[in-house]
Design a protein around this ligand. Structure first.
Ligand code: SF4
Length: 315
């Protein structure tokens, strides 16, 4: 009979600086505006537990600003919003709190600076909140794959300047292939000085890559709509096919671990996953496998960035 013998914890894992920033932003706002309703547009970060903890503190979540009364306090999530959403808030006299991760804001600024000169290709995932927000800044051509780049051949004018931007939470390897295809199809493309995949995405993917030779499978803790969690899962599954994802301890299935003879399990968590979910899963695994050894994987730790909250929270 299989028994899980060892768990290696990835470092870094879980909350990134942008997620911490967004959560503290909303909590500070709640503290300083005790008598006001605070409406957060969309999930503040893509994690159900984080959202339900905030709901328990009285913070309200809405899908679109029209659901909040005119003049109310509204907060934009860590993924950012398009100028259209900002304009809606302004025309309805809403007081705006912006919890957009500064690294997403940086991509918005680049989009604004490129828009009068370049034809912009955006590498990202259709329908993701961050992609929708960034693509609202300028006319952009979304590509999700190398095939999508080929389709742009007859759409973009090769005689005019072309550049690209990207979502911050993409797969490093897949994005490199897409950028190579852009260079092949559009030799005149101007490469930005720096790509847009953020430090947290990069470090979490590198940490998983370093572990794959030492484990039977990777468990990724994170929500299905968390782009960076899904990229970690895809990365792990390329080498360790039985790698799997759960959103929380309730979803953990012992029979899956036993059936696939997983003896050494790596655990990582997406950038929006709170540590409490990792702790709860480890507790459950220890109940399933009382002799399991839990260790930090001996690889590099992140030098966590810190984003300072603005002094004036509302605009
Ligand atoms: S994953 Fe990166 S871009 Fe997204 S919130 Fe975290 S630091 Fe910001």
């Amino acid at each position: 009979m299989n028994t899980l013998e060892k768990i290696f914890l990835a470092n870094p894992r879980g909350f990134c600086a942008g997620v911490k920033y967004a959560i503290s932003y909303v909590e500070t706002l709640k503290d300083t505006h005790k008598n006001d309703n605070i409406y957060v547009r969309k999930e503040i970060v893509h994690n159900r537990r984080v959202v339900s903890d905030m709901e328990n503190k009285g913070i309200k979540f809405i899908n679109e600003l029209g659901e909040a009364p005119d003049g109310s306090i509204v907060v934009f999530s860590a993924h950012g919003v398009s100028p259209e959403v900002v304009n809606f808030a302004k025309t309805h006299n809403m007081r705006i709190g912006d919890a957009t991760c500064p690294l997403v804001t940086r991509v918005h600024k680049k989009a604004k600076s490129y828009k009068s000169t370049y034809q912009i290709i955006y590498i990202g995932h259709r329908g993701h909140d961050e992609a929708i927000g960034t693509m609202g800044e300028a006319e952009m051509h979304l590509v999700e794959s190398e095939e999508d780049v080929i389709k742009l051949k007859n759409i973009l004018d090769s005689n005019k300047p072309i550049t690209y931007l990207m979502q911050t939470t993409l797969s490093i390897n897949d994005t490199k292939k897409i950028v190579d295809k852009i260079s092949e199809i559009f030799p005149n493309v101007e490469h930005p000085e720096k790509d847009d995949i953020c430090y947290a995405t990069t470090e979490r993917q590198e940490s998983v890559s370093q572990m794959l030779n030492e484990i039977s499978a990777m468990l990724v803790i994170g929500s299905e709509n968390s782009s960076n969690s899904m990229r970690l899962l895809e990365l792990a599954q390329k080498t360790k096919e039985f790698s799997f994802r759960v959103a929380n301890a309730e979803e953990l299935d012992k029979s899956y671990i036993d059936k696939n003879n997983i003896k050494i399990l790596g655990i990582t968590a997406g950038a929006s996953t709170p540590q409490i979910l990792v702790d709860e899963i480890i507790i459950k695994l220890k109940i399933f496998y009382p002799n399991v050894i839990v260790e930090d994987f001996p690889n590099s730790r992140e030098d966590m960035m810190k984003f300072k909250l603005p002094r004036e929270l509302l605009k």
